[in-house]
Design a protein around this ligand. Structure first.
Ligand code: HEC
Ligand code: HEC
Length: 391
C-alpha cells in the first residue's frame, strides 16, 4: 500500500517535472507556507491610519436631489457641494498642516494603528470586549472581508467602494441605518446585519464566519467608527475656530473620543424590540393605508413606484425604496417594521413618529408589510397602491 502511494507520488512529480513545474518547486513551497495559518494576514505594523482628506458634509444642498449620487466620483461630488449656496461643507485641507498632524498623532495615541488598534481605556461596549487582542483579530478579519468596500479608515472608499451603489457605509459619522433606536446601533444589531446582509445591496450575508470572528470584526467596526467620529468632530472644530493652537489639539481629541465611546456604550443599553403580532383583517389594512397616506406618502411618493430622491446624513442622494417590492434592508421581522415606523431611520432622513399610538403603529406596520402582497390588500386599497394594475 505504502509503496504504491510513494510510487504514485513519484510518477506525479515526474509528470509535473515534464510539464516544467519542477522549476517552480520553491514557489510552490512558499505558496503552501503562505496559505498556512502561520502566515501574517494583518496590516503592515508600520502603517498608520492616514489623515482624513475628503469633504465633511454638514448640510447638503437645500433643494431636493433629482437623481441618485452617481458612482465613480463620490468624493468630488461631495466636495462640490462647497460651491452650492445653502450647503455647508468642511474641507479638511483647509485646516493647517501642523494642526492636522497634531490631530493624527493624538488619534494614533488613543486608537493605535491598523495592525495594533485600540480604543481609549479599552472600554467595552455592552457585551462586546474592546481589548487590543480582540481589535487586532478584528482588523485581520476586516482586512480580508471588508476593506475592499469599507476602506482602511472605514470611509466606505475601499478599492471597490466608489463603484458600488448604494455606496458602502462610511463608519466615520457614527451613524448607522440599522439602529432601531436613534442612529447608533448596539453590537447585537451590527452582528445581525453581518449575519443577514443588506438585501438589495452589495453587502452580503456573512453567515459562515465563526462567532469569534464575528465579534472581533464587530468590535473593529466600532473602533473605526469611534476613531472616525473623533477625527470628524475635531476637524469641524478646527475648521471653525480661527487660529486654534496645535498644542491644544490632543486635549480636544481626548474629550471628543470619550464622548464617542460613551455614546456607543449608551446605545448598547437600548432595549431589544419585543416581538409583535400584527392586527389581522381588511379593516386594519385600511386604517394602515389611511395613516400611510397622511404620514408617509409625501416622501414615499406613489408608494415607492414613483422616482424620488433624498439626501442622507452623509450628503449622498439615494432613491427612496419601492416599498411594493417588499425588500426590507434593515430587518424583515414584524418588530423591525414597528421600530422603523416608531423611531424612523434618522441617518436616512426618515423621521420618528412619537405621536402615533401603539395601535396606529401596528396598523401602519401591518399595511406596510402587506404592500408587496396585492393579494392580501382589500380591493380599494389595492387600486390605490397598484393603480396601473387596475382593469
Ligand atoms: C462588496 C462591498 C461590501 C463588502 C465586502 C462589505 N460591505 Fe458592508 N456594506 C456595503 C453596502 C453597499 C452596505 C449598504 C449601504 C446602504 O444600503 O446604505 C453595507 C452596509 C454595512 C453595514 C450597515 C451600515 C448601516 O448603516 O447600518 C455594516 C455595519 C457593514 N456594512 C459592515 C461590513 C463588514 C464588517 C464587512 C466585512 C465583514 C462588510 N461590511 C463587507 C458593502 C460592503
Ligand atoms: C422625510 C421622508 C420620509 C418620511 C416622511 C417617511 N420615510 Fe420611510 N424612508 C425614507 C427614506 C429616505 C428611506 C430609505 C432608507 C434607506 O436608506 O435604506 C425610507 C425607508 C423606509 C422603509 C424601508 C425600511 C427598510 O428596512 O428597508 C419603510 C418600510 C418605510 N420607510 C416606511 C415609512 C412609513 C410607514 C412612513 C410613515 C409613517 C415613512 N416611511 C415616512 C424617508 C421617509
Amino acid at each position: 500500500m505504502r509503496s504504491y502511494v510513494v510510487a504514485r507520488r513519484g510518477r506525479v512529480s515526474a509528470r509535473l517535472a515534464a510539464l516544467g513545474v519542477a522549476a517552480c518547486a520553491g514557489f510552490a513551497a512558499v505558496a503552501w507556507f503562505g496559505w498556512s495559518s502561520a502566515a501574517p494576514s494583518g496590516y503592515d505594523p508600520a502603517l498608520r491610519y492616514p489623515h482624513r482628506t475628503d469633504a465633511i458634509v454638514l448640510q447638503p444642498p437645500q433643494s431636493e436631489p433629482r437623481d441618485a449620487t452617481p458612482v465613480g466620483n463620490l468624493i468630488a461630488t461631495l466636495a462640490g457641494y462647497a460651491e452650492v449656496p445653502g450647503a455647508h461643507v468642511v474641507l479638511p485641507g483647509a485646516v493647517p498642516p501642523a494642526e492636522r498632524e497634531a490631530l493624527t498623532t493624538a488619534l494614533d495615541d488613543l486608537f493605535g494603528t491598523p495592525a495594533a488598534p485600540r480604543v481609549p481605556d479599552a472600554a467595552a461596549v455592552g457585551d462586546l470586549p474592546m481589548s487590543p487582542g480582540q481589535l487586532a483579530a478584528g482588523s485581520q478579519v476586516y482586512r480580508r472581508l471588508c476593506n475592499q468596500c469599507h476602506g482602511l479608515t472605514g470611509n466606505g472608499q475601499g478599492n471597490a467602494g466608489d463603484w458600488i451603489h448604494p455606496f458602502p457605509r462610511d463608519f466615520r459619522l457614527g451613524q448607522f441605518k440599522i439602529a432601531a433606536h436613534g442612529s447608533r446601533p448596539s453590537p447585537g444589531e451590527i452582528r445581525r446585519i453581518l449575519r443577514e446582509g443588506v438585501p438589495g445591496t452589495r453587502m452580503q450575508a456573512y453567515d459562515l464566519i465563526s462567532d469569534a470572528d464575528l465579534n472581533a470584526v464587530t468590535a473593529y467596526v466600532v473602533h473605526l467608527s469611534q476613531r472616525g467620529e473623533t477625527e470628524l468632530k475635531v476637524l469641524v472644530a478646527l475648521a471653525d475656530e480661527e487660529g486654534a493652537e496645535s498644542a491644544e489639539v490632543p486635549a480636544v481629541v481626548v474629550v471628543a473620543a470619550k464622548k464617542s465611546v460613551a455614546d456607543w456604550q449608551a446605545a448598547a443599553l437600548s432595549p431589544k424590540a419585543p416581538a409583535v403580532t400584527f392586527p389581522s383583517g381588511e379593516d386594519a389594512l385600511r386604517r394602515g393605508h389611511d395613516l400611510f397616506a397622511r404620514n408617509c406618502l409625501a416622501c414615499h411618493a406613489g408608494y415607492g413606484h414613483a422616482e424620488s430622491f433624498r439626501y442622507d446624513a452623509w450628503g449622498v442622494a439615494a432613491r427612496l425604496p419601492d416599498l411594493t417590492r417588499g425588500e426590507w434592508k434593515w430587518g424583515r421581522e414584524p418588530a423591525d417594521a414597528v421600530a422603523r415606523i416608531r423611531n424612523g431611520i434618522p441617518a436616512a432622513g426618515m423621521p420618528a413618529n412619537p405621536s402615533l399610538t401603539a395601535a396606529e403603529v401596528l396598523d401602519l406596520a401591518a399595511f406596510t408589510k402587506a404592500m408587496s402582497r396585492p393579494d392580501l390588500l382589500p380591493a380599494d386599497v389595492r387600486a390605490a397602491v397598484y393603480p396601473d394594475a387596475a382593469e
